[in-house]
Design a protein around this ligand. Sequence first.
Ligand SMILES: NC(=O)c1ccc[n+]([C@@H]2O[C@H](COP(=O)([O-])OP(=O)(O)OC[C@H]3O[C@@H](n4cnc5c(N)ncnc54)[C@H](OP(=O)(O)O)[C@@H]3O)[C@@H](O)[C@H]2O)c1
Length: 298
Amino acid sequence: MTIEIKNMLTDLNQAEVLVTGATSQIGQCLLPHLQAAGITMTAISRQPQSNTAYIVWQQSNLQISPLSISQSSLLFHVAPLPLLPPLLTHLPNNAPLKKIIAFSSTSCFTKANSPDPKERRIATQLTEAETALITICQARDIAWTLFRPTLIYGCGIDKNVTFIARFIRRFGFFPLVGQGKGLRQPVHADDLAIACVQACLSPKAINKAYNLSGGQTLTYYDMVKAIFHHLGKKPRIMSIPLPLFKFTTRCLSGLPTYAHLSAAMIARMNQDLCFDYTMAYHDFGYQPRTFSDTDMGF
Ligand SMILES: NC(=O)c1ccc[n+]([C@@H]2O[C@H](COP(=O)([O-])OP(=O)(O)OC[C@H]3O[C@@H](n4cnc5c(N)ncnc54)[C@H](OP(=O)(O)O)[C@@H]3O)[C@@H](O)[C@H]2O)c1
């Protein structure tokens, strides 16, 4: 795959490559692909990082510091999408930013009608950021591609698959509400990194948005079972009544490890969250890996 990407990226050597959100799961996968292709890039993080031969780290908080773009540039925005429109608005009119590959989320659909007002706000912010990004890019003649992934895993830092694995390691079992029959399509961060590279070199992907799900559709129950297998453990999955689950979640929500849990999230264990990636396959050859037999990153 590296050789294919190397060939695909030759064209980019003329452009400056910027990666915002470079320490994210996708960023951690994207940087090595770009580096292997001989691409020099500026990677942005709020934390200090050490430069390497191909990666110049810039310490910057995108909420308060503008982007500096002085030569023909390609931007991979892997940080939260709502940060991007204000950054673009503050760029000088003649800034030579040519192309943006940015990440939104399928949460803009799945959380739009959530009973949890916090989740509805996230969905609204994403939808508004998508609209603003497209409007600004049209006005400034910047080519854009938007990706909406589903549940991302693969680097051992996500709050879904890795959280489940840590819970299993610690307690030896995993609790589910009902049968956990909601369908999931976990997507590996490396497949999204490869999609970035493929899309930025495909003319068909210009000015389009894609839902990017993983290569296997399985129930929440089967996803948990696959994680047990990956850990070399016999599955011990317990069905717990929703009221007890909600009570436990409320009690644990003060602890940082469990702060992201919410009643709405638990209720979604039995809802299907599925998206079709056929358009991405046709436009730039997106072919995500299956979940059960892959390296889950832990
Ligand atoms: N996680 C999922 O399952 C999921 C699902 C669908 C879509 N997405 C989207 O996919 C993208 C990557 O998701 P992720 O979960 O891997 O990462 P994330 O937790 O959303 O964070 C992405 C990165 O953004 C950087 N960042 C955040 N605020 C910043 C700021 N003010 N200034 C500069 N950098 C900032 C952080 O880097 P530093 O801490 O180094 O500054 C972090 O590494 C995001 O756009 C996310 O919304 C994620």
